[in-house]
Design a protein around this ligand. Structure first.
Ligand SMILES: *Cc1c(COP(=O)(O)O)cnc(C)c1O
Length: 393
């Protein structure tokens, strides 16, 4: 059955399905490194791209290909490239699309290691970057230079949930003749489809919502046009950050319940965000679904839901943050996000502890900031857990 004609929820279940001679309900795990050729001519044909067969798992594998065609379909792209991690996807995109002397305009407060690649590594190869609050369109426009060759946006962004207008930034980037790459990890294709808004590449850490069960690290890139897809695939293949077949199998399985998980976690998140907003221990709550969120109206237009990532600022700064971490019992004290289990994290004493306080505060990572990834548990249990923890913090 051609899943391209189906609704999105049916696609989540059926996209990327393959048929084998046993009629397997799911694509089996082809846990093999290499694929034998029938003859010298067959081998030559596969290398020349004249036959469908596989060659070597770093280049391609049926289990991985099933996931890739599923994700390409869910994101309305023409092709996808699965990678060993989200960072593998990001590194692949940068290396495939940038050259010496190029300049990148990027979201300032975003996933830390993405900035590290640009600042510590690509800078050594003559690539420079300017970081702006991309939720402010005029800042993005103001940062563009003649040598700007890529706009990189994370939306909603980590950990402050800033929302960037993908359509407007895509238009700007195309006026400058450069591609727009969007890290859509916090949204998943259930909530937003950057390629349909004009982005050229959408990427995910599938570690998060897409796999959703805290048992895989992986990434994926989806391209809107053939040339970009080929560049990404070629780079991933020679860098060797391919996904493993077993990883791909688990991620593809996770996608079948992605819609249910996202909707359930989001229903919990709305209740928790409202509840937190009324708590005396909390200074502010940043949740895309609250009218108090600075880009709430944009999110309503650009996204089909608000997701399940919340950040909030505690009165009492770093100490209050530490105490809250030690007092929660149901929420697991851990980094990562987007899984069925609720996770809580305190950037100032954990993920961002290495950044000098002033610099950290400048990018909005304040002492009392808490990041909360809402899972699919009973919301009453989650609220009880937070109430108990906050009352003592
Ligand atoms: C986790 C994350 C990444 C990195 O992904 P890994 O799978 O950990 O390599 C990139 N971007 C965002 C927004 C993330 O949350």
């Amino acid at each position: 059955m051609d899943s391209k004609r189906l609704g999105f929820r049916s696609k989540l279940v059926h996209a990327g399905a393959t048929k084998d001679k046993y009629g397997s309900a799911v694509t089996p795990i082809y846990q093999t490194s290499t694929f034998g050729f029938d003859s010298a001519q067959d081998g030559a044909n596969r290398f020349a791209g004249k036959s469908e067969g596989y060659i070597y798992t770093r280049i391609g594998n049926p289990t991985i290909a099933a996931l890739e065609s599923c994700m390409a379909e869910l994101e309305d792209g023409i092709g996808a490239v699965a990678t060993s991690s989200g960072m593998g996807a990001i590194a692949t995109a940068f290396l495939a699309l940038l050259s010496k002397g190029d300049h990148v305009v990027s979201t300032a407060a975003m996933y830390g290691p993405t900035r590290t690649i640009l600042d510590k590594h690509l800078s050594r190869f003559g690539v420079s970057a300017t970081y702006v609050d991309t939720s402010d369109f005029e800042s993005v426009r103001g940062a563009m230079r003649p040598e700007t060759k890529l706009i990189y946006v994370e939306t909603p962004s980590n950990p402050l949930m800033q929302v960037t207008d993908i359509r407007a930034v895509a238009k700007l980037s195309h006026e400058h003749g450069c591609p727009l790459v969007v890290d859509s990890t916090f949204a998943s294709p259930v909530l937003q489809k950057p390629l349909t808004l004009g982005a050229d590449v959408v990427l995910h850490s599938v570690t998060k919502f897409i796999n959703g069960h805290a048992d895989v690290v992986g990434g994926i890139l989806v391209a809107r046009d053939e040339l970009t897809y080929r560049k990404l695939r070629g780079m991933m293949t020679v860098m060797g950050c391919n996904m493993d077949p077993h990883q791909a199998y688990l991620v593809h399985r996770g996608i079948k319940t992605l819609g249910l998980r996202v909707e359930r976690a989001q229903a919990n998140a709305i209740e928790i965000a409202r509840w937190l907003e009324a708590r005396p221990e909390v200074v502010w709550v940043r949740y895309v679904g609250l009218p108090s969120h600075p880009q709430h109206e944009l999110a309503r237009k650009q996204m089909t839901g608000f997701g399940s990532m919340i950040s909030f600022e505690l009165k009492g700064g770093i100490e209050a943050g530490r105490r809250l971490m030690d007092r929660v019992k149901l929420a697991m004290l851990a980094v990562s996000l987007g899984g069925v289990e609720t996770l809580i994290e305190h950037p100032a004493s954990m993920t961002h502890a290495g950044i000098p306080r002033e610099e950290r505060e400048e990018s909005g990572i304040t002492d009392g900031l808490v990041r909360y990834s809402v899972g699919i548990e009973d919301v009453s249990d989650l609220i009880e857990d937070l109430r108990h923890a906050l009352e003592g913090a």
